[in-house]
Design a protein around this ligand. Structure first.
Ligand code: HEM
Length: 469
């Protein structure tokens, strides 16, 4: 019995981080393969035709859920379980609870796949998962509170590092957005009409900025100083960024409803908040960039730091794009075009995703006790991913502009804009294949590290261990 408990929820240091990490790699693979399937289906609509659970609409919902929760959140939660004890100089006070959270998180991801494929959906973009899935996620949050907040309270380090502010805030904001945004006190949404639409966008936008965004920035604030060897450039700037996110993040939620039936004053509040998000965004990007300093030798030698650099640049671009797209005139031009999906994937896939991958590479030797199986594969992963993403996202933006011009011209038939963007989807197939191939190499490298990497010598492991961090 004891050994079963130890297998399900071990007490061993870094076990929850390791399990979150492995599961994130698994769901990343499933998620991007589904993304590529969608691209193929747009080009060859009859492919897999007639199979309801393989229809574009269902695959899209699963892709979004796995991208945000299965991959991104799990990888960043692995990082949270890894860095919190190190910054607090105390073991995770609840390794068992965190391990149970890993189970709940994965059960939620699997249930989301099954229910969405079976046609059960809340019918809300980015909030499609049904009640039971969200309840599992809430249970995971409660377990993580138990582990993370107790560790912070018992910390032996006198400092409350910037990373800890962000991670602690994300663990409060994330479940709050989910609970109130989706109205989780009821099995079906308790909202109706315009309020339902507004609650939907509050959830979608909130999960990106207040949950994944805060988590990713928290992890970035740990990785960049640690890997570049430089101290944090400015705690004041970090504070400006943190409070700016807390202040403006919640109010930017209704942005996608600008031009819709929401009250005009509420739309204006969202526009102002969307533009004001430039303040926290630019302060975080500047702070991380200045912390990196001129550590280019390290960037060239360390794939984790290289991913973190890409994360900073992509984050900067997403912040600027987001603020511009919040302006009414730009919003009206781009609304409903493919620009939006490009913007979301820039933020989640390239910016936060790069911070998550940087964290995985950084943690891997410590949580497996083995050296990375192949540096060469890791660099292939890096270059194929980055080049693939640049082309892939550019094609979304070009498609968005083409649609914007054609739709705003007035009399153009809608089908003409669909035909005009088909060649861009063909380009996406090539770029998407590069990204997916890169993730397959990555998963193989992680797997090989776990089963065949050379063992990290005990003295080196000791330096990475919690108590001596
Ligand atoms: C970890 C990486 C990724 C994440 C986090 C991610 C996330 C997302 C999200 C949140 C959306 C919804 C966008 C919106 O509604 O505005 C989306 C849409 C989409 N994604 Fe991804 N994605 C990732 C990688 C990929 C890859 C590698 C491909 C293709 C190979 C892909 C193909 C698509 C397609 C085709 C859509 C639908 C676009 C549309 O309906 O216009 N994604 N993705």
């Amino acid at each position: 019995m004891g050994s079963l408990v130890d297998w399900v929820a071990p007490q061993t240091e870094d076990s929850a981080a390791r399990r979150f990490l492995y599961s994130s790699v698994f769901w990343l693979l499933v998620g991007v393969l589904l993304g590529l399937t969608m691209v193929v289906k747009v080009l060859v609509p009859d492919l897999l035709g007639g199979v309801a659970w393989l229809s574009f609409g269902r695959i899209r919902q699963i892709h979004v859920d796995l991208g945000l929760f299965g991959f991104l959140s799990a990888a960043l939660l692995a990082a949270a379980c890894f860095v919190v004890p190190r910054l607090c100089r105390a073991p995770l006070a609840g390794e068992r609870a965190a391990n149970l959270a890993v189970w709940a998180w994965n059960a939620a991801a699997a249930l989301a796949v099954i229910t969405l494929a079976g046609g059960q959906t809340r019918g809300r973009e980015w909030g499609e998962a049904v009640w039971s899935v969200d309840l599992l996620r809430l249970a995971a949050f409660v377990l993580l509170w138990f582990a993370v907040f107790r560790t912070i309270r018992r910390r032996r380090s006198p400092e409350m590092y910037v990373t800890l502010w962000y991670l602690a805030a994300a663990l409060v904001w994330g479940p709050m957005v989910l609970f109130f945004g989706k109205g989780l006190w009821a099995p079906a949404t308790p909202y109706a009409g315009v309020v339902e639409a507004l609650a939907g966008w509050f959830t979608g936008h909130g999960m990106i900025t207040l949950w994944a965004g805060a988590l990713a920035l928290g992890v970035a604030y740990y990785l960049v100083p640690r890997l570049s060897g430089n101290p944090l450039y400015s705690v004041t700037l970090a504070a400006v960024g943190f409070y700016g996110l807390a202040l403006f993040g919640p109010f930017a939620g209704p942005l996608p409803s600008v031009g819709g039936p929401a009250p005009y004053w509420l739309q204006t509040v969202a526009v102002v908040a969307g533009v004001m998000l430039l303040i926290p965004g630019l302060s975080a990007a500047t702070n991380l960039w200045r912390t990196l300093g001129g550590a280019w030798d390290r960037v060239r030698a360390d794939v984790a730091l290289a991913f973190a650099v890409v994360g900073i640049l992509a984050y900067l671009l997403s912040v600027v794009q987001g603020a511009l797209a919040a302006l009414r005139v730009v919003h009206n031009f781009l609304a409903f075009t493919q620009w939006g999906a490009g913007q979301t994937m820039l933020t989640l896939g390239l910016a936060y995703g790069s911070f998550a991958l940087a964290a995985v590479y950084h943690m891997l030797p410590a949580v497996t006790g083995r050296r990375l199986y192949s540096e060469r594969l890791a660099w292939w992963h890096f270059w194929l991913s980055v080049l693939g993403w640049v082309v892939f996202l550019s094609l979304f933006w070009v498609a968005g502009l083409v649609e914007g011009v054609m739709w705003n011209a007035g009399a153009t038939p809608f089908i003409a804009s669909v035909k005009a963007t088909v060649p861009l989807w063909a380009g996406r197939l090539v770029a998407g294949t590069a990204i997916v191939t890169a993730q397959v190499l990555f998963a193989y490298n992680v797997y090989s590290t776990a089963v065949a990497g050379t063992t990290v010598p005990a003295a080196e492991r000791e330096r990475e261990a919690v108590a001596t961090a």
